[in-house]
Structures are given as structure tokens and as C-alpha cells.
Design a protein around this ligand. Sequence first.
Ligand SMILES: [Zn+2]
Length: 223
Amino acid sequence: MEKKNNKAIVVFSGGQDSTTCLFWALQKFEEVETVSFHYNQRHAQEVEVAKGIADDLGVKHTELDMSLLSQLTPNALTRTDMEVTEGENGGLPSTFVPGRNLLFLSFATIMGYQIDAKHIITGVCETDFSGYPDCRDMFIKSLNVTLNLSMDAEFVIHTPLMWLDKAQTWELADQLGAFTYIRENTLTCYHGEKGDGCGICPACILRKKGLETYLEQQGEMTS
Ligand SMILES: [Zn+2]
């Protein structure tokens, strides 16, 4: 009999989505660790925020250096001299980092192999699809198969947010008893402001829209 493996790694950025995933994982798995990546991201304090949240929740946090990514791909997330713009006419937004989830999930899974954690959790989502091809369910399933073949292992990549919109992600946070914590302590803003953020960058606008929708639904339910 194979021994039950109930250890998980959350790919963790300290943002709303991955923090919701962390709370989700803490309810589902006996042992949870987090991993964050340095890739010269625009908001360098992202990893500090991630570390703070991991400390708050008492989970181990590992930081891996992926700065080679910015060596290869000049874009608005890794270069401060580029403006954050939305994709137009079906084009990709300037924040797209090609291959980012491919690399992050591969390294998280290699880490899983080393620490004997079978479950890998990522906050990618196809519903609020910003045009990132590596957030699609098809990609995650394909990579899961490839990683298992590459290591002759049975990893399971979990995507609890895959089919949720932003309002439903807030709802999940609430169900997990983490609504206020996530609202106040996570970093989503492209300008590096925690909580409700700067309010004007694309990430803040998306987050705010979801939050307002969720709060409106709540209001309708209680009135
Ligand atoms: Zn912002």
C-alpha cells in the first residue's frame, strides 16, 4: 500500500489569489509549505509580503531565485521603465512574462519531489482570463502530465480558483474565514501598495470590481 501523502506546496506571491489558495490548502492538507520566486518583479516587496503572511500563518516559506527570467524577457512586471498596459485587440498585456507559470510550477514540483510533497497548489484562473496562456486549465493539465512523466511521480496540481471570477474568489476567502485577513494583508497592486492598493492600476481595478460585486451580493442577501 502506498503511504498517504498529505503534504502540499503552495506557489505563493502574497497576492489575493495565492493567499486564498494558502488558506484553502491549510484546510485540506495536513502539512503545507509555500514557495515564492524572485524574478526582479516590479513590486520587489512582493516576496517580503509573502514571507510575512507565511509567518503569520505559521507555514514554512522558501524563496527561489528566478532572476534569469528578467534577463530573457523585458516586460512591465520585471522592468520599471515599462508602463503597465492592457492587451488590446486580443494582444497580451505588457505584464505577460512568457513561460512564468511553466517555470514556477516546474520548480515548485521539483521542490515537491525533494521534500516529498505530492500536492502543488497554484492560484491561476481561466475565468478572469487576461490573455495569459499559461493560466489556462488545458496548460496546467498538460504540464501536470509532463512533470509526472519527467520524474516518474504522481504529483497533483490543484487550481482551486480556476473557474471562479474575482467576486467568487472573495466569497471563497470568506468561506475560509479569511476575508478580512486577505483584504488587509495581501499585495495585488502593480504599484506595491498592500490591501486595497493604489486603486488605479489594472490589478487594483480588477480586485476592486470583484470585491464590490461580492459585497453587493452580500448586501442583497442580508437586506
Ligand atoms: Zn494598484
